[in-house]
Design a protein around this ligand. Structure first.
Ligand code: ATP
Length: 340
């Protein structure tokens, strides 16, 4: 929708209806100290009731406020629609740490899960960073990232900066002292989510399914464990983020149902790249990129035979999980326990 389209909506719909559709509208009103305007009528009519003094403070006429409001909504809605249309990215190879060419071109489509494996220090995070900054031959690897099969120019790179990729990194440090519900609500509103309560509820339930240890809506985010905060961010990314690409760095230590987390994100038609040392996660992906000496050394498509091995790996994994839980609860690790 463009500014003139928003103008029509704003003139014909009550502010209550506009706010319900675009909760971020409340932030705009708060900026102009207009939180308390009458919401049972369209904005121009509501502004008629506002004292001149308040408007003079900002040096604005009533018409300017309406115009600015429409532009504000247009800016936010554009961020949403332009990102809807990313259906693939292509990694064009550069060079490894020895400056040998990678000689590859890999296209990854929406809904695909790609794992990245390789020894510590081999360059897995570097590859994720190249994708995040939409490298154009200007990083140490000289890789080039294309979007929807086409090269991107500086302007597009700038416009997509920070919007294309949601990065779930190892450490989730929350700086604000909000409850889990307040945190989710804040995100829902700033992302123009239409039905805030419903989405917040879904996110919260999903985070609790993923997290080993349950938490309540009133738990402060600063008090969540590493695993719980990771689960909260994964649910938040799945249900609210418009970013078409999700990069996950080392999910295995997080104490959450990591396989379920990755499958959930893929179901949302996102492009998922997971850097991992974990066989369960690596084989859950459609393909895995093997990194050696800073370069893409192999791309392996997960075969049906490998997928069949997942069941056996899951069994090992649940034994390990059970051992971890026994340790945590102060039990002794006996031979009987290992034979279970
Ligand atoms: N092709 C390359 N050319 C030059 N430097 C590179 C290249 N690839 C990676 N590096 C550099 O090598 C270092 C280690 O890479 P990185 O941190 O990506 O490893 P990693 O595989 O993620 O390690 P870990 O498993 O320990 O997290 C970084 O400084 C990175 O910038």
């Amino acid at each position: 929708m463009t500014t003139p389209d928003f103008m029509k909506t704003i003139n014909s719909q009550t502010m209550a209806a506009v706010i319900q559709q675009y909760p971020i509208a409340m932030d705009f009103l708060a900026n102009y100290r207009l939180n308390d305007i009458l919401k049972d009528r369209p904005l121009p009519k509501a502004l008629d009731q506002v004292e001149d003094e308040i408007l003079e403070e900002f040096g604005l006429e009533r018409d300017d406020i309406v115009q600015n409001f429409c532009m504000f909504l247009e800016t936010f809605s554009q961020t949403e629609t332009s990102l809807d249309s990313v259906w693939s990215i292509t990694i064009n190879g550069g060079v490894n740490k020895l400056k040998e060419p990678e000689n590859i071109s890999l296209t990854i489509s929406a809904g695909e899960i790609i794992s990245i494996v390789g020894p510590t220090g081999s360059g897995k995070s570097r590859l994720l960073n190249d994708i995040e900054c939409l490298a154009q031959g200007d990083t140490p690897t000289q890789r080039q990232i294309m979007v929807n099969g086409a090269e991107i120019d500086d302007l597009q790179r700038f416009e997509m900066d920070g919007k294309l990729v949601a990065q779930l990194s190892q450490n989730m440090n929350f700086v604000m002292d909000l409850t889990a519900r307040e945190f989710l609500e804040m995100h829902a509103k700033s992302r123009l989510t239409a039905n805030v309560d419903e989405v917040v509820e879904k996110c919260f339930q999903c985070a609790n399914e993923l997290a080993g240890e349950k938490f309540s809506e009133d738990t402060k985010v600063t008090q969540l464990s590493g695993g719980q905060s990771r689960a909260l961010m994964i649910a938040d990314t799945a249900y609210m983020s418009e970013s078409p690409i999700v990069l996950i760095d080392e999910i295995e230590n997080a104490g959450i149902d990591r396989r379920q987390a990755v499958l959930l994100l893929a179901k949302k038609e996102k492009i998922i790249l997971v850097s991992t040392h974990d066989p369960l996660l690596a084989l859950s992906a459609d393909k895995r990129i093997v990194i050696k000496n800073g370069g893409i050394y192999k791309i392996i498509v997960t075969s049906e035979a490998e997928k069949r091995n997942l069941a056996a790996i899951e069994k090992f994994d649940s034994t390990l999980l059970m051992l971890r839980n026994s340790l945590r609860t102060g039990e002794l690790i006996t031979e009987e326990l290992l034979e279970l």
